[in-house]
Every structure is written in structure tokens, then in C-alpha cells.
Design a binder for this molecule. Structure first.
Ligand code: FE
Ligand code: FE
Length: 319
């Protein structure tokens, strides 16, 4: 069977990392239409990896058995799967409100991407000891508090703009800059943290990260084009950003990250020898890092991502 040419940015082996791709690539809704996606994603990125990794890639026993690594990863996966589910549902509004066919097709593909992310994060819990019939109850047990404290306020904000005000471009701004722009660097950190302990989880992150390059770059390009056509919308969008940043400031995200990193740290203390000289980022061995350091590194990446994306759109005053 001959396969069509897979674009480099969606190729499993050749795609850049999420941070690198989202900082340096330019993709538009017109490029990333439905025919692009059908070729690049189901037949490219996901070929042989419908559940996010190939069958032969599995977590190490120290992650499958009960212990701090198991708990840390389960909490993270449960929370992420709820976040992705909420994103999927919200993107339904972007599909409905899309002003043209390119944007409609692009958000229809992003909707499927996010639904897939929710599925793969959820289904990986089955590899970590959760029984299938207990999956929803386990997700609630692991992540309902964080869902109510973090995801629900963000969702309410997004739904006010998308569902109540029917503001397409405002919704793109919230999704691209406030939600994905903030969460993407955490996803990259997660891929790096789990690469040795659970290569399947790291691959799941890698695949989601490849999709995320597209979501961030296309969302930014839609905003940039919109502002070029309608510069009079800029003050309104800046106001929305300010409101969004204020909301983030009130959410207990640092507490959540610190809790997760402290568990991971216990895992390093018990099983760090398995990490060898593996580096979390160039020049820094994962087993030498501290919870604080990993958190701050993720936050640095998030700030860099936001500054770069906002400058590209012409909203640099927002930071
Ligand atoms: Fe996602
Ligand atoms: Fe996304």
C-alpha cells in the first residue's frame, strides 16, 4: 500500500518537540484543513498508535505497582482526561460559530484530536491497575477536587464567551492562549519526566504534543489574521486576556503541581537508579532535579510560549 506524503510536523519520528514546534512553526487553518488532517493524523501520527503508543511499549513495573509513581501518574492522567473532555465539548461551539469553511474544518479536526486525548489519557489508567468497570469512579476519586477547583471555573469563562456571547474570536483567544498556551508546556515536561519510568505514557504525551503544535500555531494564525482585518477588536481582546489572567491567578494550580511533583520526587528517591543519566532537559539529569525546579522550569516554558505567541498575534501588550 502506498501512503501519501506525511508532513514533517506530524511525522512521529521527525516532528519537533511541542515547545520547539509551537515556538517556531507557522501553520494556518487554510493549510490544516480536513484533507490535510486525514492524511497527516490518522495515516501519519497515529498509524499503529490508536491508543497513543504501540502495543509493545509498556510502563515499568515500578509504575504499574502501587506507590508514589503510580499515584502521581494516575492523578495526572485522570485530571488531563477530564480537561481534554471539557475542551472537546467547548470546541463544539467553535465549530458551530466558525466564520468560514477553513475554520470550521480545522475546529472539527481539533474536536476529534481532543476527544482522542481524553480517550488515551483515560485508557492508560487501565494499564496502571484500574479495572475497566471502575474507570469513571476512579477518575472522580483522583481528580474531582481539581476539576471543581480548576477546570470548572475555566470552563465557565469559556462558555460565557462561546455559548452565551457567541464570540468566535474571543473563544479562540481563550482556548489558544489561556488554556492550551498554559497547559502545553506542562505536557512537554510530563513527556520528559515519564520517558524512562513509563514510555507508553511518554508516547501518549508525544502524540498529543504533535497535535498541540497544530492547535497552537493555527489558533495563533486565526487570531493574527483576524486582528489584521479588524484592528478595532484589539482592545476588547486585550480586556478578555486581562480577565483570563486574573482568573488563572485565583486557581490553585501551583498547589496541584507541587502535590504531583512531590509524589514524583518520592518515586525518584525510591527508583531513581532506573533513570541512570537520563536528562530531563539538556545538561540536567532527571534524578538530580527537585520538585520546585521542575515546576519552575514548566512555568518558564509557559511564559516563553505566551510571550512568543502573543507577539506573533500582535497582542504583546497583554503580558
Ligand atoms: Fe489536547
Ligand atoms: Fe489541543
Amino acid at each position: 500500500m502506498t501512503s501519501a506524503h506525511i508532513p514533517v510536523e506530524a511525522d512521529w519520528d521527525q516532528a519537533p518537540s511541542l515547545m520547539e514546534g509551537a515556538l517556531n512553526l507557522e501553520l494556518s487553518a487554510a493549510t490544516c484543513d480536513l484533507s490535510y488532517w486525514l492524511n497527516a493524523v490518522p495515516q501519519g501520527t497515529l498509524r499503529g498508535r490508536v491508543l497513543g503508543h504501540s502495543d509493545s511499549v509498556r510502563p515499568l513495573d515500578v509504575v504499574r505497582q502501587e506507590g508514589p509513581l503510580n499515584t502521581a501518574l494516575k492523578q495526572e492522567l485522570a485530571f488531563r482526561s477530564l480537561a481534554e473532555e471539557k475542551a472537546t465539548r467547548a470546541i463544539g461551539h467553535l465549530v458551530a460559530l466558525a466564520p468560514d469553511n477553513d475554520c470550521m474544518e480545522f475546529y472539527a479536526t481539533q474536536l476529534i484530536d481532543e476527544a482522542r486525548h481524553a480517550m488515551v489519557f483515560r485508557s492508560h489508567l487501565l494499564q496502571l491497575g484500574t479495572a475497566e468497570r471502575e474507570l469513571s469512579a476512579e477518575i472522580d476519586r483522583l481528580a474531582a477536587d481539581d476539576r471543581d477547583a480548576i477546570l470548572v471555573p475555566l470552563e465557565d469563562f469559556g462558555l460565557r464567551v462561546l455559548r452565551d456571547e457567541r464570540d468566535f474570536i474571543g473563544g479562540v483567544l481563550i482556548l489558544t492562549v489561556l488554556v492550551e498556551g498554559v497547559l502545553a508546556p506542562a505536557a512537554e515536561l510530563s513527556e520528559r519526566k515519564w520517558r524512562v519510568f513509563d514510555p507508553a505514557a511518554a508516547d501518549i504525551e508525544r502524540g498529543a504534543g504533535i497535535d498541540e503544535i497544530r492547535h497552537l500555531t493555527v489558533g495563533s494564525s486565526i487570531l493574527r489574521e483576524h486582528l489584521r482585518r479588524r484592528p478595532q477588536d484589539k482592545p476588547r481582546l486585550l480586556e478578555l486576556m486581562a480577565e483570563g489572567y486574573k482568573l488563572w491567578g485565583r486557581l490553585p494550580t501551583s498547589e496541584q503541581l507541587l502535590r504531583r511533583e512531590n509524589l514524583f520526587q518520592q518515586g525518584i528517591q525510591e527508583h531513581g537508579h532506573l533513570l541512570g543519566d537520563y536528562e530531563a532537559w539538556p545538561g540536567r539529569r532527571l534524578k538530580d532535579t527537585t520538585p520546585q525546579e521542575r515546576m519552575e522550569t514548566g512555568q518558564d516554558w509557559a511564559h516563553r510560549m505566551q510571550r512568543t505567541r502573543l507577539a506573533f498575534m500582535g497582542l504583546e501588550e497583554a503580558v
